[in-house]
Design a protein around this ligand. Structure first.
Ligand code: F6P
Ligand code: MG
Length: 444
């Protein structure tokens, strides 16, 4: 937030009629809310079976709260405080005050006048409030159906990916350093393109991976607008102390379904090849942006992979379970990941999390929302350096793997943005393009 005083560009907002932020708030968010209401309603008999009349009442109350939320959004009502008393409620309410101070007393903080990043995050927190205020259903994940469906629909691609990793491992002993870096690059790109498969951009419509992710790589290459993968590799190599494995890589996860599998496969490669000792996965502590990974999704995905009727897929699942058991992998969540802050606020507002990230040798940020938070979701000129847009957020060497689904993009060559706009006017939001962007606080 201090950034505003330093004269950085304004936050993206729905104030600009016709902008992607405007269309998201006007069309996509209400559609998502309608689907959430419908999902809760369709589960009425399940709630009754589990909790009797109380379950039915909870369903009614939750729907009433969500309908009210939808109405507030559609009529651009002021954003109101949270009342559920959950662990993070105070800090959300404080953030609302901060927004109000920034906006001045002339107008209230509201859906169409305030930063898009803030109000969009707030909607997901209000959905959480609607279920948490109704204890019989407070653990119900309103997005679970979409996430599991996207996993099942990507089965073929998942099998292909697991077979690919099996082949790499079979030849592991003979792998030259060049071959290792080539395989790393492939798996990094697969994890990158896995980010095409989020359900929030499609307002919950099927977005699963149906073709072979490995075969697709070559044809997708021209769509990577910035590719710093060489620097990511060099940074990993320089973190190897005296030929030992790199100590720790953190992956800040994005979506469940196929994208999560691509992240697990990348993490598996890093550990099984001996490149890295430990992987920390960071996920969300409640359902978020339709398809984001929660602890439940994470463990469910591993169990499903173990149970698959495919030799190499189930082998991977057992391996992943074992990594968790022996501590090579661990899953972490922190309330900061489900708050609306730009990441440049992390050191001040979540110093424990910042300190944890500082211990990593590399932090990989998956997806579009993480990119928006890395860059503050601001109207940067496309040629501004990635390091500038980070506004001092530099806990460790970091890398963003993101397909473009929001109109913020930095680190392009002069003229590159203009060329893209003339060829494909929706390049920033149609999910066809991607970036691998790297920044290190120390020279690589
Ligand atoms: O609703 C819009 C949005 O915030 C977009 O920026 C993006 O399409 C999506 O939600 C989240 O994408 P991702 O899952 O890649 O973070
Ligand atoms: Mg997401």
């Amino acid at each position: 937030m201090a950034a505003v005083q330093r004269g950085v560009p304004p936050s993206l907002s729905a104030r600009v009629t016709g902008s992607f932020a405007y269309l998201t708030i006007r069309d996509r968010l209400p559609t998502i809310l309608t689907k959430v209401i419908d999902t809760i309603h369709r589960n009425k008999s399940k709630f009754f079976e589990e909790h009797g009349e109380e379950g039915i009442n909870a369903e009614k109350q939750a729907i009433a709260l969500l309908s009210k939320l939808r109405n507030e959004l559609l009529t651009d009502k002021p954003v109101i405080e949270l009342t559920d008393g959950l662990e993070d409620a105070d800090s959300w309410n404080e953030y609302l005050q901060r927004q109000q101070r920034l906006q001045g007393d002339q107008e209230p903080v509201s859906w169409f006048t305030s930063p898009w990043l803030y109000v969009e995050c707030y909607m997901y927190r209000r959905i959480q409030e609607a279920v948490s205020l109704n204890p019989p259903i407070s653990n119900f994940d309103v997005f679970n159906e979409g996430k599991t469906q996207s996993f099942y629909e990507s089965q073929k691609a998942v099998m292909t990916l697991c077979t690919f990793l099996e082949d790499i491992q079979k030849n592991a002993e003979k792998l030259s350093p060049d071959r290792l870096s080539e395989d790393f690059n492939k798996l990094l790109q697969i994890s990158l393109w896995g980010n095409k498969c989020d359900l929030s951009i499609s307002a919950g419509q099927d977005n699963s991976q149906k073709i072979s992710p490995i075969d697709a790589l070559a044809s997708l290459q021209p769509f990577i607008l910035v590719n710093d993968s060489g620097m990511v590799w060099s940074s990993l190599m320089s973190s190897q102390r005296a030929g030992e494995s790199v100590d720790r890589v953190d992956i800040v996860l994005d979506n469940a379904g196929f994208e999560l599998v691509t992240d697990l496969v990348l993490a598996d490669f890093l550990v099984s090849s001996g490149l890295v000792r430990k992987i920390y996965f960071h996920g969300k502590s409640f359902p978020w942006f339709v398809s984001d990974v929660t602890a439940n999704d994470f463990h469910w995905t591993i169990r499903q992979t173990m149970a698959a009727n495919h030799k190499w897929m189930s082998k991977r699942g057992f391996q992943w379970q074992n990594y968790l058991k022996v501590g090579a992998w661990s899953y972490h969540d922190h309330p900061f990941w489900t708050q609306p802050h730009e990441f440049c606020d992390m050191a001040a507002d979540a110093p424990d999390l910042y300190a944890r990230l500082q211990q990593a040798d590399l932090v990989v940020f998956k997806g579009d929302l993480n990119y928006r938070k890395l860059t503050g979701d601001r109207a940067w000129d496309h040629t501004v350096e990635f390091s500038t847009a980070l506004q001092g957020f530099q806990p460790a060497p970091l890398c963003s793997l993101r397909t473009l689904k929001a109109n913020v993009q930095v680190g392009l060559q002069p003229g590159q943005g203009e060329k893209l706009t003339s060829r494909d006017p929706t390049w920033m939001t149609n999910g066809k393009y991607a970036v691998i962007q790297f920044y290190s606080p120390k020279p690589v």
